[in-house]
Design a protein around this ligand. Sequence first.
Ligand code: AMP
Ligand code: GLY
Length: 436
Amino acid sequence: MKVLILGSGGREHAIAWKLLRSSTPVELFIAPGNAGTAALGTNVTLNPNDFAAVKTFCLEAHIEMVVVGPEEPLVRGIYDYFKEDEALRHIIITGPSAKGAQLEGSKAFAKAFMMRHQIPTAAYREFDENSYEEGVSYLRNHTLPIVLKADGLAAGKGVLICSSTEEAINEFSSMVRESKFGDSGKKVVVEQFLDGIELSVFVCTDGAHYVMLPEAKDYKKIGVGDTGLNTGGMGAVSPVPFATPHFMQKVIDRIVDPTIAGLRQENIDYKGFIFFGLIKVDDEPYVIEYNCRLGDPETEVILLRFRNDFVELLKAMHEGSLSGITPDIDKNTAVTIMAVSGGYPGTYSKGYPIAFNYLNNPMEIKHIDEEGGVVVFHAGTRLEGEEVLTNGGRVLAVSSLADAIGECLELSMEVMGQIHFDKMYYREDIGHEFVD
Ligand code: AMP
Ligand code: GLY
């Protein structure tokens, strides 16, 4: 089967790796991909948001399945573009439709959806230019801290947690009046602050049924001890020890089931992944956000533990037969640690050569197989001739699978110690709170 993966991060490398473990023989194309995906298939110079170019490539290369990694093509309607085109309609594509992708593309849409379906989330109000004065007086009476969210996609930067009323009013004003996050951020969701621990839950749905993937915890801050600026994610672990069966049952009953039922009731075409960004407050789950895709770096751990055939899963998603698939989740633990460019998430340089010294001692490293081991997923890398160069903020996701978290950390750290590039940085405390 010829499969096109859209995207270029660690998530897409992990998806490529997983697809090649399917019982269906797969030929992979990745657009635009990275140095890691180049070793598993053919990288294609294509912008995933240029649908006409994606179409031309799909037809020329006889693509049978498209896996969309990032949210932007989905929010822009790539799923609908395929469904509405006679020549593309037969291709299996991971959705959702643009309407469904509004769960991520518009915070206001997501909040209203949760209200309609009684899904637990922080209390909120939304304001824009027309209700600016009302917004300011609402902020004046709001308890601290105050959470402000730009309505539209803001590349992960659209959420502000303000510790004073003055700061909240200033930020609100620059979002609404000065388009701090662009036009789509001129609408602002003001939300109650929830104090708890976060986790990520994933399902693959055909719109009526769903298959639950393993849950994960993401480490968002750049610094050790969860300090400093927010990043795309500095590491992840799965399973999440505080996601007990009792807690996960609440997640299913109060959040996952009502979300799927709500999409169905509202006739929203949703065949794809749902990423529930949750927070646990006194053992009760609340939704912080929805995403319409898999997470990065969460994918780099959840796909190590998800043992089902990925091609079969996506075929069943397309055909509406997911009820026939029982998830087979590895009991082992998976951890990923991100090696990033010094300076990230601020400014950083690219183009440094990466030395993968562990590849010179293959006998000393347990490369991943069914029993566990290590796999290094590439994120911001590119090939220049034979050389692998850094090409982004997040560079490599060193991922491991073993029967205990301590063992995973040992494996990942051993490999991390044998990878070098100029100004390389990683968090040394990923998963440490879960080590016995
Ligand atoms: P989001 O882009 O919605 O994932 O928000 C980014 C981060 O802001 C989340 O991962 C949380 O850490 C934090 N956050 C968002 N909303 C809230 C809230 N209502 N209470 C506390 N923290 C929040
Ligand atoms: N790791 C969080 C995300 O993918 O949005």
